[in-house]
Write a protein that binds this ligand. Structure first.
Ligand code: NZQ
Ligand code: ZN
Length: 388
């Protein structure tokens, strides 16, 4: 295990009716809040009304920014920053999925910075503060409700870039599994895949003696195998929604990755796909992840796949190591397919047109792609070709 410092400041209010915690949380720190929402789902399913009731109980004036896009755009972030400054807002409440929360985070950091908020994503400049952020999570996937990351797309240049900062960790998050009942099957499945791939990015690592993180990771993956198909088939199953929701938060709040060298190559490649083609992040991961596994599997890395195959998939120990590894990859692909996710780029209308550009951009943006196996541009193009 390698050295680490861990600080998770987010207060989680988990369970039915926990929206009521907003009143106390807002009273602690807000004089005026900006409520950020997406394309309207929270208005249709009643979550927004429930939130507003609590904001009113707290007697905190608010202003609203709606219309945050999936794969949130920089122009919406600029809009939010202007609004905060004009209305003297001192806190942000994000009500939605990862896209809404990520936009809220970028706004929160941008308000405190005199320059262009995009500098944080493209230059060696980090946020030096942010407005406090609260979240009401409505889609289990990104873990953004409990981490300091935000991913924003600049539409004209088709660049989708991520940053992380301790200032962007939400101060509180409301996790009511019932709020995810209305997520459709496609986005539910995409969320489960995203959660699993977050775990993969941290589990497939060369760091040794990280038993705590590794057994936690395997446990989280097994929860996804158990409840993933149920949330897709029975969207109003509380226990299934609750388990997937909490898994999503734990998968990317530091407990699985801190103390390890993490990989993140699959995400780097997927962000290139969703930057250019605006596909759902989880769908892109479902296509790329098994092919990344095929590319990185070697005599040197097979041991980790053996752990994965035996401990997560229950493959017989008696089999040959390479056979276990390959079977674990096949099972991963089949599972994503069972959830209803695409398995090929063709299914989401993506051709090989931009493969070279995507490979170069990914390496340029992320510095190095992959720590479990360092990927070259050729490797990335090969993974994309395998994904066709
Ligand atoms: O926009 P609305 O109308 O709210 O609809 C959304 C959207 O269409 C809908 N939805 C959300 N909650 C719902 C609901 N529909 C019905 N009922 C509900 N309760 O679902 C659609 C997708 O929402 P979105 O927020 O885009 O999904 P997700 O949570 O998967 O977020 C994806 C974004 O997060 C980034 C991704 O790259 C992508 O931009 N990521 C953020 C990370 C982070 N901050 O840590 C890490 C991830 O790896 C990821 O890169
Ligand atoms: Zn992800």
């Amino acid at each position: 295990m390698i050295n680490f410092a861990q600080h998770i400041p987010t207060t989680i209010h988990f369970g039915k009716g926990q929206v009521r915690a907003i009143e106390v949380e807002l009273k602690k720190r807000a004089k005026k809040t900006l409520i950020v929402t997406g394309g309207g789902s929270v208005k249709r399913n009643g979550v927004f009304d429930a939130v507003i009731r609590e904001v009113k109980k707290a007697n905190i004036p608010y202003t609203e920014l709606s219309g945050i896009e999936p794969n949130p755009r920089l122009k919406s972030v600029y809009k939010g920053i202007d609004l905060c400054r004009k209305e003297s807002v001192d806190s942000i409440l994000a009500v939605g999925g990862g896209s809404v929360i990520d936009a809220a985070k970028a706004i929160a950091a941008g308000v405190k910075y005199d320059g262009d908020v995009w500098d944080f994503f493209t230059k060696d400049i980090s946020p030096n503060g942010a407005l406090p952020i609260g979240t009401v999570l409505t889609l289990s996937a990104t873990g953004s409700e409990m981490n300091g990351n935000t991913v924003i797309t600049k539409e004209d240049t088709k660049r989708k870039l991520a940053i992380g900062s301790p200032f962007l960790k939400p101060t509180f998050s409301i996790l009511d599994p019932e709020y995810t009942y209305t997520v459709n099957r496609y986005h539910t499945a995409a969320g489960v895949v995203d959660i699993m791939v977050h775990v993969f990015e941290q589990y497939f690592s060369k760091t040794t003696a990280s038993d705590v993180q590794d057994r936690l990771a395997e446990g989280l993956l097994k929860v996804c195998l158990k409840y993933g198909p149920i949330v897709c088939e029975k969207p109003r199953d509380y226990d299934a929604r609750a388990n997937i929701m909490w898994t999503g938060s734990l998968a990317l709040n530091g407990v699985v990755g801190d103390g390890k060298k993490e990989d993140w190559a699959t995400h780097a490649i997927e962000h290139e796909l969703s930057a250019i083609y605006d596909i759902s992040h989880g769908a892109g991961l479902a296509i790329v992840s098994p092919n990344w596994m095929k590319n990185v599997l070697s005599k040197e890395t097979v041991g980790r796949f053996v752990d994965y195959g035996i401990n997560v998939w229950g493959i017989a120990k008696s089999k040959d190591n390479m056979a276990i590894a390959n079977e674990s990859i096949d099972k991963t692909r089949e599972f994503f397919r069972l959830l209803g996710m695409p398995a090929t780029l063709k299914e989401v209308n993506i051709s090989d047109e931009y493969f070279e550009r995507m490979a170069k951009d990914a390496i340029r943006d992320w510095g190095q792609i992959g720590y479990f196996k360092k990927l070259s541009t050729n490797d990335i193009v090969n993974i994309l070709k395998l994904s066709l």
